[in-house]
Design a protein around this ligand. Structure first.
Ligand code: NAP
Length: 274
């Protein structure tokens, strides 16, 4: 039987996931389709009940449902439970719907695509302590990065993640700015620099150390003010597009058992966003 997948969110019309997944099905000769479904928060329960009833093979979950969907699923992957957020739902062999989170792992793959796996002992500064930062912090730890410091405007949110991680440190944005020299890998996870937003950088990168690696998870625009500032200081930069493509590719792999071609997708989307 033809498999079908979806992405649910509010808004959803801007999502690049349907085009990306449908292109992979075509390329890999997979008999499947992937559709966007607009689900407002008040309708989430009914939408999930309907997706299960109609036998969806799986679906992605985007803003604002990543946390609210947890109690509506039959099973949860351990990492997704710790992260408190789900972005991928998989129909198991037993017909149950299990939630996973591929955002953080997608980020780590994207980072290591660019810099390789040999930097796990370096000191990481994670800027922001929202849903994406939480997922990235858990994924970094799972992949062997052991020195994680989280800087956030609301310190209590950074402290809560550190407590849950069982390691690392929480600091203010001012402390981060004053101590940039201590870190080697900088990961910007606030919405600062998004095309639709007006946020300034969380802090100045004037004192960025030599040889820094700077990643931003915002990918529209590809070249954010954070990446521009970091590049002007000689840093190796990693934009947010790889994270988006790899989170989708890891979901695809959960659903279909093989990894799609991410490099051509990244090249195509880069050309579209430039
Ligand atoms: P979120 O849960 O709302 O968290 C936002 C974070 O940004 C919080 O730490 C917040 O600090 C901080 N922040 C917001 N406004 C700020 C300001 N004016 N100054 C300093 N800090 C500020 O959002 P999220 O889900 O983590 O998403 C964050 C960004 O990542 C979004 O732009 C999203 O599009 C992007 N993203 C990209 C991918 C990808 O695949 N590349 C995946 C997921 C998300 P407080 O705690 O103090 O409020």
């Amino acid at each position: 039987m033809k498999k079908w997948f979806a992405v649910i969110g509010d808004p959803i019309s801007h999502s690049k996931s349907p085009a990306m997944h449908n292109a992979w099905y075509k390329e890999m000769n997979v008999d499947a389709t992937y559709i966007p479904i607009h689900v407002e928060p008040a309708n989430l329960h009914q939408a999930v009940t309907s997706l299960k009833l109609l036998g969806a093979s799986g679906w992605n979950v985007t803003i604002p449902h990543k946390e609210a969907i947890l109690p509506l699923l039959d099973e949860l992957d351990e990492q997704a439970q710790k992260m408190g957020a789900v972005n991928t739902v998989v129909k198991t062999a037993a017909g149950k719907y299990k939630g996973y989170n591929t955002d953080g792992a997608g980020f780590v793959r994207s980072l290591e695509d660019m810099i390789g796996p040999a930097h796990k002992d370096k000191l990481v500064l994670l800027i922001g302590a929202g849903g994406a930062a939480r997922g990235i912090a858990f994924a970094l730890l799972a992949e062997g990065y052991q020195h994680i410091t989280i800087a956030n405007r609301t310190l209590a949110k950074a402290e809560a993640i550190v407590e849950q991680l069982g390691c690392g440190q929480a600091i203010s944005l001012q402390e981060a700015e004053n101590n940039l020299q201590k870190f080697a890998i900088f990961i910007q996870t606030t919405p600062a620099g998004m095309t639709s937003g007006t946020l300034d950088l969380p802090f100045s990168l004037d004192k960025l150390p030599q040889g820094a690696i700077a990643a931003d998870i915002v990918y529209n625009p590809l070249m954010t003010p954070f990446l521009q500032a970091a590049e002007s200081k000689g840093a190796t930069i990693v934009n947010g597009l790889g994270m988006f493509v790899h989170q989708g590719a890891i979901a695809y792999n959960y659903w279909l058992g093989h990894y799609p071609n991410t490099s051509s997708t990244i090249a195509e989307l880069t050309a579209q966003l430039k």
